[in-house]
Ligand binder design. Structure first.
Ligand code: 8YV
Length: 328
């Protein structure tokens, strides 16, 4: 059968799909397909792998309702109108679990780099400003025994909390809708209200999905409640924080620093003033970008496609309710 892939993905996934007898059609240009182009490309396809930030919205899904399965090459599915896919009975799969360690590594890296102003210090050397040593200059913040606040303690947040506990004996608090009993037992993590999370965290790390509930959650008011010594980390989705409010909070010293792997919009403009602040470290959305993780993501995406094209339940479904509906 025909599988359309919106970007080049690791060979492990490609080989699985080819070995299953499918014909692959890959968009190789380094620009995002427009929605209309994607509709056109999918006309004679049986399945779609979305490997990037293509908008799979109601218009697209209605025009491509013949697709037997859509597999995301990501764990996040905020770019997919899942309700419409479910209504059209198109199974959608994602890649959970396999990128938790790599993404938590990125959050940890940003926390440590921000706490020591690492990216800014690197830039000063390149600008010829490694000058006179002053014992009171360029000071960072020590992390030992500090409080880590996790916004959204799922599998990525848990990996971040484990790293922080093991490395620095950090005290873990979190804000979720439900309780994460495993983390409470393993790490002595304590569930707190959103306000308590803001007020008590020395490092506040975001690990939740983007939804109507979380969009813009870290706004002026939220940053205003944080400690002036706090570090804000976001490796989840850019729109969860309000970037203008973040800049203002940093400039007005309402918080101390920020480490971002996600921005709003992406790519971030090279002239963004956040890039010039000494206590800010920014990466271009590379949370899952290791050889091992991207191979695993490609494998999971291929497994979802192969199952979907056989009419079987996807191993990693985002909308399992379509199967429940069938069983009724
Ligand atoms: C990738 C991600 O950058 O999985 C996610 O939700 O944000 C990242 O792993 C990207 O989506 C890969 O296609």
């Amino acid at each position: 059968m025909n599988v359309y892939i919106t970007r080049v993905i690791p060979d492990e996934g490609v080989q699985l799909l080819k070995n299953a007898g499918h014909t692959l059609n890959v968009w190789e240009e380094k620009r995002n397909l427009t929605r209309d182009e994607l509709i056109e490309k999918c006309k004679d396809q049986d399945a779609l792998v979305v490997a990037g930030f293509n908008q799979v919205d109601e218009t697209f899904l209605t025009a491509a309702s013949h697709l037997k399965v859509i597999a995301l090459h990501s764990v996040g599915f905020d770019n997919i109108d899942v309700a419409t896919a479910t209504r059209l009975r198109i199974p959608v799969g994602n890649t959970p679990g396999v990128l938790s360690g790599a993404t938590a590594d990125t959050a940890f890296l940003l926390m440590l780099a921000t706490s020591r102003r690492a990216f800014y210090m690197h830039k000063t050397i390149a600008a010829g400003k490694w000058g006179f040593f002053e014992p009171t200059a360029d000071l960072g913040i020590q992390l030992n025994g500090k409080t880590l606040g996790i916004f959204g303690l799922g599998s990525i947040g848990l990996e971040m909390a484990r790293r922080c506990k093991a490395a620095y004996g950090m005290n873990v608090i979190y804000h979720n809708r439900g309780n994460n009993h495993g983390a409470e037992k393993e790490l002595d993590a304590k569930k707190v209200s959103f306000e308590e999370l803001l007020q008590q965290s020395d490092v506040l790390s975001v690990h939740t999905a983007l939804s109507t509930e979380t969009r813009g959650r870290f706004n002026r008011e939220a940053f205003g409640q944080m400690k002036p010594s706090a570090i804000f980390i976001n490796t989840a989705r850019g729109p969860i924080h309000d970037e203008a409010a973040l800049l203002e909070a940093l400039q007005e010293k309402k918080i101390w620093g920020a480490g971002l792997d996600v921005t709003d919009p992406e790519p971030m403009s090279p002239g963004n003033p956040l890039l010039d602040l000494p206590t800010v470290c920014i990466l271009p959305h590379i949370g899952s970008a290791t050889v091992e993780t991207r191979n695993a993501m490609a494998r999971l995406a291929a497994q979802n496609i192969i199952a979907g094209l056989k009419g079987e339940r996807l191993p990693f479904p985002v909308n399992p309710e379509i199967y429940e509906a069938q069983e009724l």
